[in-house]
Design a binder for this molecule. Structure first.
Ligand code: ADP
Ligand code: UDP
Length: 238
């Protein structure tokens, strides 16, 4: 078998060069991390679940007209994507208060946020992904004004689509993070959508079904991810 070129290894994925120069292979690891990589663990089968989950969501969004980097699944742990020039900004949208919003503003967890709050964070682990605004993005040229407009619009659009999808599976989409990049100058949704990068609560018990189970030592992390996938009807086979 031809040796693949490893381009980058992150906290949750390995990025390999694809067969075509415009393509990359994302390899979903079992590694999980929180608090800027301070807390790490290996969770058996997490990579497979997240790969299947992400493929399902990316295909769903593509069909609904969202421009994504997703091309095809490539075995149980890998996905082929378009190689993007990534924008170093994390777009977070929140339907209910949780996590850093509660810590920063003293808001009670669970408060409904109407309209949803959209925040930008700089993707920079050594600076602990600081909160930024449009003015920082403009001055430091992390993205153009029209890209910021488009990232805002697509994040809101994805929120509408996925809040409905999860609601049908008796889940509340509390918040999530998206990353975007450019493919031949055009904005595309990149990276992944999985329970590692969103908060999902059971609609009746309000039980946490996402990475907060790991952050807060609640146990049953992979089981909860699997349950979310099962409720959505995510096919687990490659
Ligand atoms: P991190 O870098 O935060 O530790 P991961 O372990 O998930 O995160 O690594 C995946 C990396 O690949 C991220 O830095 C992400 O921005 C980048 N990435 C995701 N999709 C693409 C893409 N289509 N093209 C280029 N880079 C991408
Ligand atoms: N998130 C993420 N990667 C990050 C930071 C946040 O995927 O580097 C997700 C996180 O899982 C949650 C949402 O973005 O669904 C909002 O995260 P928050 O700002 O509350 O930070 P946290 O307290 O989760 O670190």
């Amino acid at each position: 078998m031809k040796e693949r070129k490893k381009l980058y290894e992150g906290k949750a994925k390995i990025v390999y060069a694809g067969e075509h120069p415009d393509e990359l292979i994302l390899h979903f690891k079992d590694d999980t991390s929180a608090f800027d990589g301070e807390k790490v663990a290996q969770l058996e089968h997490k990579g497979e679940i997240n790969n299947a989950f992400n493929a399902y969501i990316m295909e769903y969004l593509s069909k609904a007209g969202v421009p994504t980097h997703f091309l095809r699944r490539h075995g149980p742990r890998e996905t082929v994507v378009q190689r993007l020039d990534m924008i170093p900004v994390e777009c977070v949208i929140r339907n209910r208060a949780a996590g850093s919003l509660c810590r920063r503003l003293g808001i009670a967890e669970g408060q409904v946020l109407e309209p949803p709050i959209l925040e930008f964070f700089l993707k920079n682990d050594s600076l602990h992904d600081p909160l930024i605004n449009r003015s920082h993005i403009r001055t430091f040229h992390w993205a153009s004004d029209s890209e910021v407009e488009a990232m805002t619009r697509w994040t809101q659009e994805v929120n509408g689509l996925l809040s409905e999808l999860f609601a049908r599976a008796q889940l509340i989409l509390v918040d999530f993070k998206l990353e975007f990049g450019r493919f031949q100058g055009q904005l595309r949704l990149g990276d992944e959508f999985s329970p590692d990068g969103c908060r999902l609560w059971d609609a009746s018990s309000m039980e946490k079904m996402d990475k907060d189970r790991f952050r807060r030592d609640l146990g049953g992390v992979v089981e909860a991810y699997g349950e979310v996938a099962r409720r959505l009807g995510v096919p687990m086979l490659p």
